[in-house]
Design a protein around this ligand. Structure first.
Ligand code: UD1
Length: 334
């Protein structure tokens, strides 16, 4: 298939491009490189020994890609392009709604106007909010607690309504839990600008000596060891889920909403232990107050995607750590 990947130079997008190229699809990446670098796409091509096309364009500006879509006629769109920092979304809500909601309107509209096809959307567990009971199913109440979560939930609604009006647009809404790790080649991975806000990239920088110690935000949660619990999954598993979703929409058009996680809660302290065990590095840490806005635990019921497609996330916590560490060592050597 011809697949347009918006945000394909980003963390999850680039790993998904690898899977798409490996599966033999033709790929064009649409990216404005606001939070990513074009070199990533060179590495994707090195890893796969395949070529992809790049369209330097912006999802907020339909005139930057509509003509291309009309000419190239993608059969599928995987829509990653968006902003994803919870804190930033509180400070700059208009930018989040503009990029994440209006951007989705623009891409979906252009796709429908050229005939439609399969549309896979990068959504998030942040649509569920704080009060969900664990594990979270796709029918758990959606109650986002920040503009980031709202922008993704609103974009989901946009896609549902467009699908209802134009059933030729098939939609998979993939609600990601906590993607971590990197491609096993060590050539691509997560590359946050500045000080990482998320646990795993920060821990990797403690392991390589960039930062002296990890701050564990809260050890008094009502969890087994008191630290926060999350559903971490390997980014390559997450990438694979997009291929699975495309295949499913091709054979059975419609609209699906799927959690993508492992369904297993892993605590911050368990992650620290795994990191030390797998890398042989010591991770000094201090226990700090809870981070505002954090929930005690969040993990998926991932059985719906498995029931529908027989696919499940198979990579272990040790795989996540080993691959993240390989990438961290390589990128800090660059
Ligand atoms: C965050 C976002 C989520 C986004 C996801 C991307 C928030 C509230 N949520 O999820 O919307 O989809 O990243 O992967 O920001 N922790 C520490 N020390 C640190 C960093 C984190 O103890 O230096 C703890 C947190 O308190 C939490 C766990 O590690 O318990 C995971 O945090 P993080 O990696 O930031 O992910 P989430 O907050 O779950």
């Amino acid at each position: 298939m011809r697949v347009l990947v918006t945000g394909g130079a980003g963390y999850i997008g680039s790993h998904t491009c690898i899977r798409l190229l490996e599966a033999g699809h033709e790929v064009t990446v649409l990216d404005n490189f606001q939070n990513s670098r074009p070199e990533v796409l060179d590495r994707v091509q090195t890893i796969t020994d395949a070529t992809l096309e790049v369209l330097h364009a912006d999802v907020r500006a339909p005139e930057s890609f509509t003509q291309f879509m009309g000419e190239w006629k993608p059969e599928a769109v995987v829509h990653f392009a968006g902003l994803k920092s919870v804190n930033e979304s509180v400070e700059k809500p208009a930018e989040y709604y503009s990029t994440n909601v209006q951007g989705t309107v623009n891409v979906a509209r252009a796709f429908v106007e050229m005939g439609g096809g399969a549309f896979v959307f990068s959504s998030t567990a942040a649509v569920y909010g704080a009060e969900a009971t664990m594990p979270v199913t796709e029918n758990s109440p959606t109650r986002p607690v920040n503009p980031y979560g709202w922008s993704k939930l609103m974009a989901e609604q946009v896609l549902k309504d467009i699908h209802t009006a134009h059933p030729q647009l098939s939609v998979a809404l993939l609600r990601y839990f906590n993607p971590v790790g990197a491609h096993p080649s060590g050539l691509i991975g997560e590359d946050p600008a500045g000080v990482p806000a998320n646990l795993m990239p920060y821990m990797a920088r403690v392991a390589d000596g960039t930062y002296p110690s990890l701050k564990v935000f809260g050890s008094d949660y009502p969890t087994a060891d008191g630290s926060g619990v999350r559903d971490f999954l390997h980014v390559d598993d997450l990438a694979e889920s997009h291929i699975v979703a495309l295949k499913s929409l091709a054979g059975d058009p419609g609209l699906v909403t799927w959690n993508v996680g492992r369904g297993e809660g892993v605590s911050v302290f368990e992650m620290v232990a795994a990191f030390q065990r797998v890398t042989g590095r010591r991770i000094p840490y201090s226990v700090e107050p809870r981070r505002p806005g954090d929930v005690a635990e969040s993990y998926a019921d991932p059985t719906e995607i498995e029931r529908a497609t027989s696919w499940r996330a198979g990579r272990s916590v040790d795989d996540m750590v080993a691959d993240l560490w390989r990438w961290q060592k390589r990128s800090s050597a660059d």
